[in-house]
Design a protein around this ligand. Structure first.
Ligand SMILES: Cc1ncc(COP(=O)(O)O)c(C=O)c1O
Length: 463
């Protein structure tokens, strides 16, 4: 549970939701071909000057955002189901965040390794919002940097060097983060990967290799974990590091009880338990932290994305007795904890409380989930819909019986959705999972409008 007492509901400023709250006013409007002429020209220039290393996205050039609505340079308006990549939990350009960042920047943009009032306030606010056992934070800049910090603390605290990660796990693109991750992409031709990584399977209920439902799958994964240690460890395990649900692998949620089992297993072995909450935190899953689901108590936690809503910042949170293994001068970051990002950290937490975004995430998540489950019945390709709060995955398959992944439909669906006014992205081991991750401020009307668009777009590809 968060250390913060619940505060009374205060609605966001009226103009923030382009949809005007829950009134059934259409907020999307696409009046050009996609890409529109200005987008097409900018996309061509982008291709000329910046290396083309990113994944496929809707062919629109974003100009501005307000709440859940993004306007492109051609004046088309879309509902955003991406939040960047699960970053803008407050919604785009929240007035309180914008003002906090502008005011801070006008005063002092950077200093190094010393407190400012903004930094002290941000640290206090974060610790007060964290579960009680996590009493220290340290500010860094990216999610990957926070992950690297967690790994370093785990190794330093135990004096051991092995880390147990999971097949399908994603923790970022820096060396150690990519090494413990269980996806090929981030480390392809970047080997040899970091020594000391032991990998075990993560439960994937839709593609469970065993019978026995959730309990059978948990047992299977726990026994494979035991095997991984038996066959691969040199006897120097620092701990387990995992996402609470696997993000990049396709929003794979483990069965209830798995994380509790995993923590128990760590405690029984006397090793540390590290949790990567870079994307799962800040209300995304309908609770402030994913660790709140089962009240697990990880020793170290990496936090990113929603912590800054687009202002580059991240943090490691830890038990004081664990992070104190690092002495003076042993952890630092050039722009980590700068006054501007610190002001953002505090403003974001205030808005989350004032606008009850965690609760809205849980509520709107149910609304969207119900619509997607109805769509699953109608659609030939929609094999699985899963998630929690405002993070859901729609897994596309060629055949619901064989569950053969259908990544080829994804690009067409991204384009079709954009033509109808909805921005989506893809994830998944096979690139066949739609990211359903709107900003947490989405209203009922916006949720329904966006589901209408998704339904029309998906079914139009099936006729
Ligand atoms: C679970 C998780 N960990 C770490 C990262 C890396 O964060 P960043 O891209 O900010 O380095 C990501 C990014 O998607 C993530 O989803």
């Amino acid at each position: 549970m968060s250390k913060m007492a619940k505060k009374p509901v205060r609605m966001s400023s009226k103009d923030f939701h382009c949809g005007g709250g829950d009134a059934p006013t259409r907020v999307t409007s696409v009046t050009t071909a996609i890409p529109g002429p200005k987008s097409a020209a900018l996309l061509a220039k982008w291709k000329q000057y910046e290396a083309e290393t990113t994944g496929y996205q809707a062919q629109v050039v974003w100009d501005s955002g307000r709440g859940v609505v993004v306007t492109d340079v051609d004046g088309n308006r879309f509902i955003d189901w991406t939040s960047g990549v699960l970053v803008t939990n407050l919604g785009h350009a929240h007035p309180k965040l914008v003002a906090a960042v502008q005011n801070a920047a006008a005063k002092l943009i950077n200093n190094y390794e010393c407190p400012t009032e903004a930094r002290v306030r941000a640290a206090e606010a974060m610790v007060k919002h964290l579960p009680a056992h996590l009493d220290k934070v340290f500010f860094l800049t990216t999610g990957s940097e926070a992950v690297e910090a967690c790994l370093r603390i785990m190794k330093r605290k135990t004096g051991n060097f092995e880390i147990i990660g999971f097949e399908g796990g994603f923790h970022g693109r820096t060396y150690a983060a990519a090494s413990i991750g269980g996806l090929g992409g981030p480390k392809r031709k970047y080997g040899p990967a970091m020594p000391g990584v032991i990998r075990a399977p993560f439960p994937y209920p839709y593609r469970s290799p065993v019978a026995g439902g959730d309990a059978g799958l948990i047992d299977y994964c726990m026994s494979r974990l035991e095997d991984a240690v038996r066959y691969s460890s040199t006897g120097s395990i620092a701990g387990v590091f995992t996402e609470p649900y696997q993000g990049a692998a396709g929003f794979i949620f483990p069965p209830k009880g798995y994380l509790t089992e995993l923590e128990k297993w760590c405690r029984a072995k006397g090793i540390l338990f590290g949790l990567d909450e870079v994307q799962s935190s800040y209300g995304r899953t309908g609770t402030m932290w994913a660790m709140d689901w089962e009240h697990i108590t990880p020793d170290v936690v990496s936090i990113g994305k929603g912590i800054g809503n687009g202002i580059p910042t991240s943090a490691v949170a830890a038990k004081g007795e664990v992070i104190s293994c690092l002495g003076r001068g042993e952890m630092s970051s050039t722009v980590g904890g700068n006054p501007v990002s610190s002001a953002a950290v505090s403003a974001i937490l205030e808005v989350m409380d004032e606008e009850h975004l965690v609760e809205n995430s849980a509520r709107m998540g149910k609304v969207i989930m119900a619509r997607l489950q109805q769509l699953q019945e109608k659609s030939r390709y929609l094999g699985d819909v899963r998630g929690r709060g405002l993070i859901m995955g729609m897994e596309l398959v060629k055949d619901k019986k064989t569950k053969e992944p259908a990544p080829d439909i994804m690009k067409r669906l991204i384009d079709r959705c954009a033509e109808y006014g909805l921005l989506i992205g893809s994830v998944g081991i096979w690139g066949n999972v739609v990211r359903v991750a709107p900003p947490l401020c989405i209203s009922q009307a916006e949720a329904m409008e966006s589901c209408d668009i998704m339904e029309k777009a998906l079914l139009s590809l099936e006729s």
